[in-house]
Design a protein around this ligand. Sequence first.
Ligand code: GDP
Ligand code: IMO
Ligand code: MG
Length: 419
Amino acid sequence: MKVDVLLGLQWGDEGKGKVVDVLTPSYDVVTRFQGGPNAGHTLEFNGEKYVLRSIPSGIFQGDKINVIGNGVVLDPALFKAEAESLAASGHDIVSRLYISKKAHLILPTHRLLDAAYEAAKGDSKVGTTGKGIGPTYTDKISRNGVRVGDILDNFEAKYKAAIARHEQILKSLNFQYDLKSMEKDWFEGIEYLKKFKFVDSEHFVNNELKAGKSILAEGAQGTMLDIDFGSYPFVTSSNTICAGACTGLGIAPNKIGDVYGIFKAYCTRVGGGPFPTELFDETGEKICKIGHEFGAVTGRKRRCGWIDLVALKYAIMINGVTKLIMMKSDVLDDFETIKACVAYKMDGEQIDYFPFDITKEVEPVYVEMPGWKTTMTNVKSEKDFPKAFEDYIAFLEKELEVPIKIVSVGPDRNQTIVR
Ligand code: GDP
Ligand code: IMO
Ligand code: MG
């Protein structure tokens, strides 16, 4: 068997959580492979709404095993709050969630460092989620990290050594903080974590594959936030792309099966950084309002714009996408015209590929299509698609050269059309 990967093709918040939940019945195991509580994955079903941050979105469907892979960074305090809130609503996940011993821990000082580095950047700050993601991955790469498996062996000494190093940096940055108040929750989180099964997730995942089990790997963030291929430096600190599933779970590239690439029928971005198709007019406001484009965790307003096919083609190439999933098409139900960016004008030249630096002046070149002006939220089958909507899908499939296999017309699990 192979691992299918589902990942975001834009700047995150494409609707990954919803679709992982929808697809979970077809899989035996669901895993996260990168990112951490910077993610906010929203699921809606039976009139309930959940936002998951570190726990995979396969946790609500039957008794499927969910795994937090080695590529994830985990904040014990936030994890405890997340798991306890699920338990309070009747979802006891302790026996169904395994955690990789090789996943790195987000220490309280990583969060402080995140804030300190952002403050030091001033106007050019990234606009991070403030969850300590960058500093935790920095420690991992510079071989200074503390891992989940370390909890079981001489933990205090490892923790103290890391904290001492971080405090030196915080002092050098003149950053004021109160570590003690953060440590209480954090250590309660460490105790809570011990309830869960710690695994060598690379062995677990490969053994499951050998035993004929199917696995779905759930990406966090999106391709345009990837540390290597995103709009650097306005990116997150992990590989959000398909290759990240190999390093973040311990699977070989030839074990990857389908790659589901998920995108919104338009585009959003939260935080700083370039966004060529961003709209600053009433059309952008309309998309934001109808799409409820506010961060699932931070509540920050998401910047909105038209779909960017230059960036999408790039993301499809980097990830080897085999199936596309289009989300939130219902948000465009009431637009006279829909626009799609097919090229960029830069330095007086028109280009149709994603360039090295999009922080420069980029003018999008649009094609315009008539909107479908039909409420799609109750549509159950593609035979009920209005003609203009069919045309929009056909146009995207021709441009992107990958079939759109799922169309989402609302936040609920049931508002999903498989083609
Ligand atoms: P994720 O981070 O990729 O899982 O996405 P988020 O949960 O951060 O953001 C997606 C938002 O859109 C959530 O509020 C979802 O409930 C909502 N959503 C998902 N699919 C649809 C859809 O097809 N239509 C509408 N209107 N909302 C959707
Ligand atoms: P999901 O999984 C949207 C953005 C932040 C910031 C940049 C770096 O819900 O799609 P970080 O805290 O990771 O160092 O922030 O990345 N960002 C996201 N934007 N969705 C996310 O996750 C994001 N996770 C991080 O806003 O611009
Ligand atoms: Mg999100």
